[in-house]
Design a protein around this ligand. Structure first.
Ligand code: AMP
Ligand code: TRP
Length: 331
């Protein structure tokens, strides 16, 4: 059976873009693939985090995975720092990654390069840790949003480089980027993606926002000129709202256009708020319904399964590199 690996950071508010661009697809794909879904807390510390808050968010994200429909009997859900091989492989891959390759990463350019003086090395190195996550599990497919495409290309390059230099060791993963929803835009600025780090809280709808907050944010969402409700590429703010509506209602564009014929932005925003609230309320109830004990046992099981696989790959990597320690064959 082919493998999937994906992950998300336990920082900020997990939002509708994360769900529509990534999580939703994980839920669908988990039955066709052997799946590993990770809460990447080692990635989170590439920028300073409050320890208590980080610990809390890490568990919260695992709950969101479960509430979205990841089935722990079918898929492996685990926390990155529970499997030390991620950091171990990252070191090995670091030694094979060129500085110039990381310097080209657009995410780093956006997040770190502007303040080079006080940016940690970890942020620069972030894509190598991500490559390690993926390659440790001999992953075939990585379902992510559009913003991760470049990191996936680096992952493939590193895997091919290792295989070429030390012999076939890693499977070469492919990205899975959905045709619709791979880049949900900010509600307050349709030129920017919806992001956890957005300083304007009205730009994104968090999966744990209450109904009033959701309605208020959608009411304030910016719109373009023009009044009719159509799937029109030249009106990015409208396209974004319609994309969210489309994905949550599973209706086709013609059906949606017909439904909103003769109606305006106000009506669309109101109905979209209903749709989002109707989707998120039961979701939030499921989040609250997961007890600490249940979560502990799921994460414990996940850690065991993940480590088991990660160790197999790491043993092979070490042998390939001549890193075998005590107990290794002598020559
Ligand atoms: P992150 O928030 O960076 O931890 O991202 C977790 C997952 O959500 C990744 O697969 C991202 O590509 C995806 N993602 C993040 N923001 C968006 C967005 N605005 N639209 C679609 N997918 C997104
Ligand atoms: N970099 C990803 C993001 O910010 C999160 C991530 C870390 C990831 N490791 C991964 C995604 C491995 C897929 C596979 O969204």
């Amino acid at each position: 059976m082919k493998r999937i690996f994906s992950g998300a950071q336990p920082t900020g508010g997990f939002h509708l873009g994360n769900y529509l661009g990534a999580l939703r697809n994980w839920v669908e794909l988990q039955h066709e693939y052997e799946s590993f879904f990770c809460v990447v807390n080692l990635h989170a510390i590439t920028i300073p985090q409050d320890p208590q808050e980080l610990a809390k968010k890490t568990r919260e994200v695992a709950r969101l995975y479960l509430a979205a429909g990841i089935d722990p009997q079918v898929s492996t859900i685990f926390i990155q720092s529970d499997v030390p091989e991620h950091a171990e492989l990252a070191w090995v891959l670091n030694c094979m990654t060129r500085i110039s390759e990381l310097d080209r990463m657009t995410q780093f350019k956006e997040k770190g390069r502007s303040q080079r003086e006080n940016t940690g090395v970890g942020l620069f190195d972030y894509p190598v840790l991500m490559a390690s996550d993926i390659l440790l599990y001999q992953t075939d497919l990585v379902p992510v949003g559009e913003d991760q495409k470049q990191h996936l290309e680096l992952t493939r390059d590193l895997a091919m480089r290792f295989n070429r230099d030390y012999g076939e060791t890693f499977r070469i993963p492919e990205p899975f980027i959905p045709k619709i929803g791979a880049r949900i835009m900010s509600l307050s600025d349709p030129a920017k993606k919806m992001a956890k780090s957005d300083e304007n809280p009205n730009g994104s709808i968090a999966l744990l926002d209450d109904a009033d907050t959701i309605r208020r944010k959608l009411k304030r969402a910016v719109t373009d000129s023009g009044t009719d409700i159509r799937f029109d590429e030249t009106r990015p703010a409208l396209m974004n709202l319609l994309t969210i509506y489309r994905l949550l209602t599973e209706q086709t564009p013609p059906e949606i256009e017909e439904h909103f014929a003769g109606k305006g932005y106000g009506q669309l925003k109101g109905e979209l708020a209903d749709v989002v609230v109707e989707f998120l309320q039961p979701f939030q109830e499921r989040v609250r319904g997961i007890s600490d004990e249940e979560l502990d046992s799921i994460l414990e099981m996940g850690r065991e399964r993940a480590r088991n696989e990660a160790c197999k790959t790491m043993d092979e990597v070490k042998t390939r590199l001549g890193l075998s320690g005590s107990g290794a064959p002598r020559n």
